[in-house]
Design a protein around this ligand. Structure first.
Ligand code: ACO
Length: 324
């Protein structure tokens, strides 16, 4: 493998101001802090304000990542936004973000792979940089999942939150990003879905009646098996072993899924970045949010090897192996 490679020049994130705790949810549906904590590890989640959209969250995270990278927005030559909850049907959230950043001309587009979106977006941006088509790319995961939740359905409303995370990738002579492994299997579409959209059931969307539906048990089982396999696939692909990994930065859906993946890697939980307790499941935003938290609090240091992995609707799943 020869250069150019992509390296993470800076990370950033943003969480909306309003916090909703498990106790707040007890007032909405028949649930308890104890049930939610035991089954998921979640204690609270952030909820976007009525006038805050996905591109607003993305903008705050992007500005923070650009500052950390010591880069100006005008240096960007690619913008990729991973989101399941775009501001509009079109233009893409990436184009709206581009305008808010006041940069013009570079390619900007969204990637939709639900909770695996950030890893997919990272893979796309990596390929642009590896091909010499980009030297400074912004990759964002941003979500306002609270807009897709039926707040009377206790089986889903306790699980999700809003937020955004971003990285600035730049071309470098050494990795950086070793590889992304990306997968999907649409035969599982109905286990985790919002079953309405533009060309199917648009009336339901217009009535505000299109919400996340999930068969939690089945999702859980497939997620644990799949994530275990992708850990092995990633290490094997790069000729590395479990001992080489310094940090697991997983998608934050459920504490028990994260623990199962860490066990498979033989990593103690002290080497796993966990934010699901504070953020809940923010879908495509969860990995870059967790990454930024651990970079800023000094846990993740330059030169360390990070394994990111995610699983989500589609089903989609994937991983990224990164020397930070
Ligand atoms: N509070 C109290 N009780 C509840 C709640 C709640 N919020 N939600 C469900 N229950 C009840 C159910 O009604 C059921 O009651 P019953 O036995 O009387 O029928 C009981 O709790 C057990 O329900 P299960 O669904 O079997 O509970 P389980 O142990 O599977 O936990 C959970 C549910 C937490 C959703 C789990 O299945 C899970 O985490 N699955 C993975 C979901 C996930 O991570 N999805 C996202 C991944 S992909 C992505 O990120 C988009």
């Amino acid at each position: 493998m020869s250069g150019p490679y992509a390296r993470i020049a800076g990370t950033g994130s943003y969480l909306p101001e309003t916090v909703m705790t498990n106790h707040d949810l007890e007032l909405l549906v028949e649930t308890s802090d104890e049930w939610i904590t035991q089954r998921t590890g979640i204690k609270k989640r952030h909820i976007a304000g009525p006038h805050e959209s996905t591109s607003d969250l993305a903008l705050a995270a992007a500005r923070s990542a650009l500052a950390a990278a010591g880069r100006a927005a005008r240096e960007l030559d690619l913008i990729v936004v991973a989101t399941t909850t775009p501001d509009r049907v079109f233009p893409s959230t990436a184009c709206l973000l581009q305008e808010k950043l006041d940069v013009h001309g570079c390619p900007a587009f969204d990637v939709q792979a639900v909770c695996t979106g950030f890893v997919y977006a990272l893979g796309v941006a990596n390929n642009f940089i590896r091909a010499g088509q980009s030297a400074c790319a912004l990759v964002v995961g941003a979500e306002t999942l609270s807009r897709l939740i039926d707040w009377t359905d206790r089986s889903t409303c306790v699980l999700f939150g809003d937020g955004a995370g971003a990285v600035v990738l730049e071309a470098a002579t050494e990795p950086g990003l070793y590889s992304t492994q990306l997968h999907a299997d649409g035969s599982y579409a109905n286990l985790l879905t919002v079953p309405y959209g533009v060309s199917q059931g648009y009336d339901r969307v217009r009535q505000g009646d299109a919400f996340i539906e999930m068969r939690g048990n089945e999702v859980f089982r497939v997620a644990v098996n799949t994530l275990g396999r992708i850990v092995d696939e990633t290490l094997e692909h790069n000729g590395m072993s479990k001992e080489d990994v310094d940090w697991l930065v997983p998608h934050q859906a459920n504490h028990r899924i994260i623990e199962a993946t860490a066990r498979r890697l033989g990593l103690p939980m002290e080497r796993v970045v966990v934010t699901v307790d504070e953020h809940a499941n923010t879908s495509a935003a969860s990995i870059p949010l967790a990454l930024d938290v651990a970079v800023r609090d000094g846990r993740i240091r330059r030169g360390e090897l990070l394994l990111m992995e995610a699983f989500g609707g589609g089903f989609t799943w994937g991983s990224a192996l990164v020397r930070y």
